[in-house]
Write a new protein. Structure first.
Length: 447
């Protein structure tokens, strides 16, 4: 058994990201003594580099090897500016069966977790998501509905600061928005055409970037690369919002660099009693005690801790009486198909170093809607994220004077990529019946 921190807490929150930040804020503001135990190191404001040009970096952000040497997997989401916030893949390897490839990206090791680098797009689910099985017969409904969550969505959006445009489309409920960011000319044209020709709604991205001051945080000044931090705290990052609030109460003790690997149980009360962690700096095993443990260590890491917490009473891990812990993980499709088009007739005057809006546009789900037509060949729905802008023609070919002239010719483009739910792949396939889909307990095939 490792060394004890000596202090007894009411609650341990493991992880300081999106969920852990909220847990420690709410609990410590309610007077509960919280230990925030996090694998990440403290995030320093001096590390924020959103205003730093490439040429100030040692390798000008042009040498991918700098990142791939230690982050061969995380490289998908990081660069020379921010790779040190991500887990070192060599120090934290994982295994996968040969026939089940899985790229475990987005593993952060700083206070704030993924909210330090996230894309900030913030959308509400509707009952078409929560009660999807009732709508189309596939899978299972969530045990909660939109009405159960609506007031929490309100609370979170008002605190986080989500800018957006109310559209009154039931598939994507409107929220408590700060004023929306503006569309570009190309996006306005696109939005109007899409509505006119297809009846779909292309709205401005609902994004956790401020357009009005909030709790001492300044509105976004459109510098662009939020994934490198933000000195004005204008995007939502739990490190400088929820976690900072929790620490301010005096009820929250931050234990950084602490890789939790086991939840300790009190066999008599059958309740969690603390956690064991490895101090990432000293490699010592340490223990923290509390009356309860909240696991917010990211979906996969939390599951790993529960499996590692097996004991005599729970030999297959905690919260695993069903045996499904760690199985049936579903992710979402990311930029799965899309298109780009040019607007050659749109007048454009691109500039260098102009405003860089950290947001795009979003086409709201239009397929298999609550009241619309049902597709016979496709289940559920998806949205498109993208954007449109005018720029110099950096793809121009040639060299010399002609090339310089070609680069100066502006091009206006709009591009979109699909984001959708990934459905469970059942074992026995049956052909799909149209309405309603009769597939419960069998296997359906959706091409
Ligand atoms: C590049 C990128 C873009 C994204 N864009 C969007 C977007 O636009 N919209 C959206 O809704 N979502 C987006 N996401 C997803 C979103 O960031 C996550 O869903 C969200 O942060 C999850 O919150 P979490 O609290 O579960 O985990 P995280 O925010 O990742 O926090 C997990 C915390 O747990 C800690 N931890 C991990 N293991 C341990 C351990 N063993 N012991 C102690 N601490 C541990 C980590 O250090 C971290 O602080 C994006 C993610 C990435 C990586
Ligand atoms: S674009 Fe806005 S939110 Fe992002 S780093 Fe710049 S000021 Fe901050």
């Amino acid at each position: 058994m490792g060394a004890k921190t000596g202090e007894n807490f009411d609650i341990i929150v493991v992880g300081s990201g999106a969920s852990g930040g909220w847990a420690c804020k709410k609990l410590s503001e309610a007077g509960v003594k919280v230990a925030l135990v996090d694998a990440g190191r403290p995030l320093l404001e001096s590390e924020f580099s959103e205003h730093k040009p490439d040429f100030e970096l040692k390798y000008r952000n042009r040498a991918p090897e700098v990142v791939t040497r230690t982050r061969p997997i995380q490289k998908l989401f990081c660069d020379e500016f921010n790779y040190q916030w991500f887990a070192n893949d060599l120090e934290e390897p994982y295994t996968i069966p040969a026939n089940m490839p899985f790229t475990w990206v987005g593993r952060l090791r700083v206070t704030g977790g993924r909210t330090v680098v996230w894309g900030r797009q913030s959308y509400r689910f509707s009952d078409l998501d929560f009660k999807a099985a009732s709508h189309d017969g596939y899978g299972e409904d969530w045990p909660i509905s939109y009405a159960d969550l609506a007031r929490y969505y309100d609370q979170v959006e008002e605190y986080v600061g989500v800018s957006g445009l109310a559209e009154g489309v039931p598939e994507l409920p409107d929220g408590r928005f700060q004023p929306p960011m503006a569309f570009t000319c190309a996006e306005t044209l696109f939005r109007n055409r899409v509505k006119q020709k297809l009846g779909w709604t292309a709205t401005i991205g609902r994004t956790a970037n401020l357009t009005r001051p909030l709790n001492g945080r300044a509105p976004c000044h459109y510098c662009g690369p939020c994934h490198r931090g933000c000195v004005t705290h204008s995007y939502f990052n739990s490190a400088f919002t929820t976690v900072a609030d929790a620490l301010k109460t005096g009820n929250c003790t931050h234990v950084p660099n602490a890789m939790v690997y086991k939840v300790l149980m009190n066999a008599e009360t059958n309740r969690a009693a603390g956690v064991l962690y490895v101090d990432r700096n000293t490699r010592e095993v340490k223990e923290v005690r509390a009356r309860g443990v909240v696991l917010c260590a990211q979906a996969l890491e939390s599951v790993r801790i529960l499996l590692n917490s097996a004991n005599r009473q729970y030999p297959t891990g905690l919260a695993n009486s069903s045996g499904v812990l760690g199985h049936y993980l579903m992710d979402h499709i990311w930029v799965g198909g899309g298109a780009t088009g040019e607007f050659p007739d749109l007048p454009a005057e691109p500039t260098l170093n102009g405003p860089n809006r950290p947001n795009g546009i979003y086409i709201i789900r239009f397929r298999n809607t609550a009241s619309g037509q049902r597709s016979k060949n496709f289940l559920r729905g998806y949205g498109f994220q993208g954007g449109g802008s005018s720029n110099f023609n950096f793809k121009a070919l040639g060299y010399g004077e002609a090339f310089k002239q070609a680069v100066m010719q502006p091009v206006t483009t709009v591009g979109m990529g699909g984001f959708g739910e990934c459905l469970a792949n059942w074992d026995n396939y049956v052909e799909l019946d149209p309405h309603p889909y009769e597939v419960r307990g069998k296997r359906a095939r959706y091409d």
